[in-house]
Structure formats: structure tokens, C-alpha cells
Design a protein around this ligand. Structure first.
Ligand SMILES: Nc1ncnc2c1ncn2[C@@H]1O[C@H](COP(=O)(O)OP(=O)(O)OP(=O)(O)O)[C@@H](O)[C@H]1O
Length: 281
């Protein structure tokens, strides 16, 4: 099966002049249709940079990024804009309050992607907003409200609904639940599971919390200092992690490994091993 997202040998450098630094050092990653792939890594490892490169918000200096079979890394600005408007890949941010326009009602937010494309009557837009709100279990009574009048979980549903409204093939969710309480986290993650079922969406789920991927992600990609150090099914990563950084992550999740309390000696040894790894050769 053709991968929905196929990133190969991706190198990205950021900053200007002497401050320019390579952030991603030859990253390979795939997401298939209907697959949820967790991308995990500590702060500064390059997760958001990778997402931004996929969306064409930062340029790759080498490597390739194909979305639904279309190479997007070398597109010119106008072609990239047209590709973005097409909506094949959508981004859901960690903090919906910052990504949602406080002046726009939920209804206007949900239809903005479709309205930009044009060709829809007001009645069709209204029906599309209702349908997508239903899909993410947002009560229709919330449609006239503004983001400031919603709970954190409702806002994140609006952000996901806005992304889904343009019928994307790929959803990139950057820490979508880290600002939410435990029960709201579960409902948002369940929502992602439902969307991949009903829409055959591919989802790249970015997080620094390995525990949140259990029961949600099919596969996990571990990013460390801008390099993929391990990839495996979620079960493989949880039960038989190979790289010291992955092993350290696994010992940090108390519920993994039959509720055995994490062994402090093992964690100390792993931390020392990870510290000793050269960042990028
Ligand atoms: N515009 C920029 N110019 C220079 N360096 C940058 C720029 N944006 C990010 N960086 C650096 O790139 C590295 C990776 O940042 P990135 O935001 O991709 O990490 P992350 O894994 O998403 O971290 P977090 O989990 O904290 O969001 C960091 O060292 C960061 O300081």
C-alpha cells in the first residue's frame, strides 16, 4: 500500500547565518491510510520541526516528503499554497485557544476551510458545519459561541472538527491532549480513533508522553536529537524497547510492564547511558 505520508532522509536546518543549525538529520517516517503513528521525543528533539516541514512551513534542505503520493518538499511557493488550500494535510495544535480566532464563532471556524475554497452555498456550509460538529460530538448549541466560551476539551474538538471539515487524508496532531485533564484526554484520543475508522485518516500524533500512545497508536517512532532511533509497533516499543532512550521512556510510564514500580537503579543507568550518547555524529 502506498504510504499516505512518506518522509525519506529528511534534513532540516533552522536559524540564520552562523546560528543556522541542523535540527533533523535524515529522518525516515511513514504513515499509512487509517494508521495512527505516535511520534515521541523529548523537548527540542525536532518533533514540531518535522510537522512544520511536512506542512511546508519550513523548507527541507534535502530528503523528500510525499503526501498521498505527491512530492511536496520541492514545491514552489504558489504550488505549496495551492496544495495547502487543498487541505490534504491538516494540523491540530497543542493549544486550541491560540490556534482558534477568539473573534470567530465555532460555526465560522468550522466552515472557514470550505468557505476559502468557494463553490458552496450558505445552506451547504451550514449543513457541513453541523455534520462535522456531530462527528466530533460537539452539541449544536455551541455553534454560535466563541472559543472563550468553551471548555478546553470543547475547544480541542472544535480544532479537530475544523481540520476534518476539509476532508484531509492526513492529520498531524501536535500534543493535542497535553493541556487537558485525564478524562478529556481520553475522549479526545477516542475521537481520533473514531475518525481514523470512519474517514480512513492517517494520523501523526506528536507527544512527549509515551503513556498517552497506549491503546491509540498503531506504531511509534522515537525521535532523539533529530534522528529516528527506533520504530516499532506500540506493543514492541512498550514491551521490548531496544534503544536506551526508548527504554528510559518506557520505565517512566508507571502503567507499562505489569505495574512493576520503575527500578530507580535501572533508570539511573539508562539516564547515564542516554547522556553518554553522542547527539548527532
Ligand atoms: N526558528 C528557529 N530557528 C532556530 N532554531 C529553532 C527554530 N525553531 C526551533 N528551533 C530549534 O529546533 C530544535 C527543535 O525544536 P522543535 O520545536 O522541533 O522541538 P520539539 O521536539 O517539538 O520540542 P517540544 O516538545 O518542546 O515542542 C530546538 O532546539 C529549537 O530550539
Amino acid at each position: 500500500m502506498t504510504a499516505l505520508l512518506d518522509v525519506t532522509g529528511l534534513h532540516v536546518a533552522l536559524g540564520r547565518g552562523r546560528g543556522r543549525t541542523e535540527i533533523l538529520h535524515g529522518v525516515d517516517l511513514t504513515v499509512a491510510p487509517g494508521e495512527i503513528v505516535g511520534l515521541i521525543g523529548e523537548t527540542g528533539s525536532g518533533k514540531t520541526t518535522l510537522a512544520r516541514a511536512v506542512l511546508g512551513l519550513v523548507r527541507a534542505h534535502s530528503g523528500s516528503i510525499a503526501i498521498d503520493g505527491r512530492e511536496v518538499s520541492g514545491l514552489r511557493r504558489s504550488a505549496l499554497r495551492a496544495f495547502r488550500r487543498g487541505g490534504a494535510a491538516q494540523y491540530v495544535f497543542q493549544d486550541p485557544l491560540r490556534s482558534l480566532d477568539p473573534e470567530r464563532t465555532v460555526f465560522d471556524t468550522l466552515i472557514e476551510g470550505l468557505a476559502v475554497r468557494g463553490g458552496h452555498s450558505r445552506a451547504e456550509l451550514r449543513e457541513a458545519a453541523r455534520e462535522v460538529a456531530r462527528l466530533v460530538s460537539l452539541p449544536p448549541g455551541l455553534l454560535p459561541r466563541h472559543p472563550g466560551e468553551l471548555s478546553g476539551g470543547q475547544r480541542q474538538r472544535v480544532a479537530i472538527a475544523r481540520a476534518v471539515a476539509v476532508d484531509p487524508r492526513l492529520l498531524i496532531c501536535d500534543e493535542p491532549v497535553s493541556a487537558l485533564d485525564a478524562s478529556t484526554r481520553i475522549t479526545i484520543l477516542e475521537l481520533l480513533l473514531r475518525l481514523r475508522e470512519t474517514r480512513d485518516l492517517g494520523v501523526l500524533l506528536i507527544t512527549h508522553d509515551l503513556g498517552s500512545l497506549g491503546g491509540v497508536a498503531d506504531r511509534v517512532v522515537v525521535l532523539y536529537h533529530g534522528q529516528v532511533v527506533e520504530t516499532g509497533t506500540t506493543e514492541e516499543i512498550f514491551l521490548a524497547p531496544r534503544h536506551p532512550y526508548t527504554r528510559l521512556l518506557v520505565t517512566s510510564v508507571p502503567s507499562i510492564g505489569d505495574a512493576e514500580p520503575p527500578d530507580p537503579e535501572l533508570r539511573r543507568a539508562l539516564r547515564a547511558e542516554v547522556r553518554g550518547l553522542t547527539a548527532h555524529p
